[in-house]
Design a protein around this ligand. Structure first.
Ligand SMILES: Cc1cc2nc3c(=O)[nH]c(=O)nc-3n(C[C@H](O)[C@H](O)[C@H](O)COP(=O)(O)OP(=O)(O)OC[C@H]3O[C@@H](n4cnc5c(N)ncnc54)[C@H](O)[C@@H]3O)c2cc1C
Ligand code: SF4
Length: 338
């Protein structure tokens, strides 16, 4: 059995207290929200904080505020279960409700939060292993070692962004609020991520992600599809998030963002641009799905073979676009293979 190492738990009651605790303890401290990713990582000694700053008791971080006219703001400690069944989120941002409802298992969604999901660690077959397993192969540069075992001549880590909600937040044009010791800043959700398996967030170590800010839905249709081996609780090995604003039958603007194909969500910009001004005919959908597969370059470090995951990008993008074309504003998709 793997046990948690000893640590000190600081139960913050406000964002201010949490920011202060993070700053006071410096690099020895980490934030914990639901703990559904952090505690297993601590048991495997992937994370070794001596202080955990808890967000569970910070009431100002919980809940969904706003309206369809002004857009919605979701507190970072709002659970994924709450989001998955929230009537306004389901109605106006179906891709987000779908993605939240497809994260791991019901128990983990009851504890896991949107903030933790947006900030969740990148993954790799050589890293998400026990300490003894990793030691037996000499570790890797993401923790305790100095080379990449997937690409030994590479100077960087290629661990995979495996959040279900990150590509959706990007596709919806959402923003995030970060609060640190010198104040707060609001940045586009896409600016939160970096294409690096180790430094995968632009968040500073003493900043807290406090809110996910969704723009007014304004008739935008959205869909999320997830590829994983076991539909009951696996991480995505491919996520496809699509959002599109239609004027009658004509697409005015669209974003297609791929999850689990790189160390950050990857936008298929050419594919999104090719949709603008088009009707969602079968021909257009096939062409755009082909374009979207271009930026999908998965490596051989998660489940399924990487050529298969690349092929499935085209299939899943086409399916997501067909759903958006065939359904009205409530287009919501959940598909897995098992
Ligand atoms: C068996 C299993 C299956 C899983 N399947 C999936 C899956 O299918 N899809 C998926 O996306 N995830 C999956 N996860 C990972 C995890 O359960 C979810 O990502 C969950 O949403 C994490 O949220 P949390 O609140 O528990 O985060 P925590 O575990 O508390 O934290 C995760 C990370 O985010 C940081 N953090 C938390 N809150 C904040 C904040 N407000 N500001 C800044 N940093 C913060 C923490 O310091 C930590 O680095 C799985 C985990 C397990 C164990
Ligand atoms: S991609 Fe390379 S460095 Fe990164 S976790 Fe995997 S083996 Fe380690």
């Amino acid at each position: 059995m793997m046990r948690l190492p000893p640590f000190t738990y600081v139960a913050s009651r406000t964002v201010g207290e949490a920011v202060k605790a993070l700053s006071d303890h410096g690099p020895t401290a980490m934030l914990v929200a639901g703990g559904t990713d952090l505690y297993p990582n601590m048991k495997r000694r992937q994370f070794e904080p001596s202080v955990l700053v808890g967000l569970g008791a910070v009431a100002e971080l919980r809940g969904v505020r706003g309206s369809a006219r002004d857009g919605f703001t979701i507190g970072a400690a709002t659970t994924l279960s709450t989001l998955a069944r929230h009537p306004d989120i389901g109605r106006h941002y179906p891709a987000l409700a779908t993605a939240a409802g497809l994260v791991s298992s019901p128990q983990l969604r009851n504890m896991g939060t949107i903030g933790g999901n947006l900030c969740v660690d990148t993954r790799c077959n050589y890293y998400n292993q026990s300490f003894a397993w990793r030691k037996s192969i000499g570790f890797c540069m993401k923790k305790d070692g100095d080379i990449c075992l997937v690409a030994p001549s590479s100077p960087r880590c290629w661990a995979v962004s495996s959040s279900d909600t990150a590509p959706v937040a990007w596709a919806l044009g959402a923003k995030v609020r970060l609060v640190g010791p010198t104040g707060e800043r609001v940045i586009p959700a896409d600016a939160l991520y970096r294409d690096d398996g180790i430094q995968y967030l632009t968040r500073q170590p003493n900043e807290i992600l406090t809110d996910l800010i969704l723009p007014p839905p304004d008739g935008v249709r959205s869909a999320y599809l997830k590829l994983r081996r076991r539909g009951s609780f696996d991480f995505p090995v491919l996520g496809v998030a699509v959002s599109a604003r239609l004027d009658g039958e004509i697409v005015r603007e669209a974003r297609i963002v791929l999850g689990a194909v790189a160390s950050q969500p990857r936008e298929a910009t050419k594919a999104g641009a090719a949709l603008a001004g088009q009707r969602l005919t079968p021909e257009t959908i096939e062409t755009v799905a082909g374009l979207a597969a271009g930026p999908s370059r998965p490596l051989d470090n998660t489940d399924f073979t990487h050529p298969y995951r690349k092929k499935m990008t085209r299939v899943f993008v086409a399916r997501a676009l067909r759903r958006i074309a065939g359904l009205a504003a409530s287009a919501s998709v959940s598909e897995e293979v098992g």
